[in-house]
Design a protein around this ligand. Structure first.
Ligand SMILES: [Zn+2]
Length: 231
């Protein structure tokens, strides 16, 4: 194999390594916490807290209603028990019963309104909870898939590196150094020649240059300076 061919193979391996390393770092950057899951969790927590607060209000209102009902029963017992003869006292008691009943009516309206809110909040908690579960499942699948892709890319990279080591051992170190320097300058160091044209710069090469490139020596394109490789 000519030196130009060896360097061309080296370049192919280097391009493959760069391509796969870029793919790997893109995938690695997508690993980790999902903002969508974090947001969905925050929404669910806030809705759960809202529901708990409503339940507390519901219980305390029910407790107040029970308390008022007991007071009303006791007052009515006195009122209709026949043991009170004083008309003023009876009138006061009647007024007390009416006040207590009005207060209880208010609280019963409030309890109904809270119950409606509890129903809405319960439905909202259920839907946010299932939304979160869906997002978490998607996220887990995605992370699983990314991990698989990472493993595959690592295998490819290690194979490419192994091939590169084997190839490097066969190439003249000075030629490798020359190649590396040229690669730094121009991005690619070796240009294939196809139908007399340098694929690095698309210039038609002079016959003498093509003839020299056919020999085993390293010939550079007179236009772009890349090492010419005739397949
Ligand atoms: Zn060229």
């Amino acid at each position: 194999m000519s030196v130009a061919n060896q360097l061309y193979q080296l370049q192919e391996l280097d391009l493959g390594l760069e391509f796969n390393e870029q793919a790997l770092s893109r995938i690695v950057s997508r690993l980790g916490e999902s903002q969508a899951v974090v947001n969905a969790q925050a929404k669910l927590t806030s809705e759960q807290q809202h529901l708990e607060e409503l339940s507390r209000q519901q219980h305390s209102t029910e407790w107040e209603i029970d308390d008022l009902s007991n007071k009303i029963s006791a007052a009515e017992e006195k009122l209709y028990g026949g043991r009170i003869g004083n008309p003023k006292e009876l009138a006061n008691l009647q007024h007390e019963v009416e006040t207590l009943k009005a207060r209880r009516d208010q609280l019963e309206d409030k309890a109904l309104a809270i119950m409606e809110q509890v129903e809405l909040a319960t439905a909202s908690v259920a839907s946010k909870s299932s939304e979160l579960k869906t997002l978490e499942a998607e996220w887990r699948n995605q992370q699983q898939q990314l991990s698989t892709e990472i493993e595959q890319l690592k295998t490819i990279l290690s194979e490419l590196n192994h091939k590169r080591q084997l190839l490097l051992a066969k190439i003249d170190p000075q030629a490798v150094e020359f190649y590396s320097e040229l690669k730094k300058q121009r991005g690619t160091a070796v240009a294939k020649v196809e139908q007399g044209i340098c694929c690095g710069c698309r210039i038609s090469l002079p016959t003498t240059e093509l003839q020299r490139a056919r020999s085993d020596s390293l010939v550079r394109c007179s236009s772009c300076g890349r090492i010419l490789f005739l397949a």
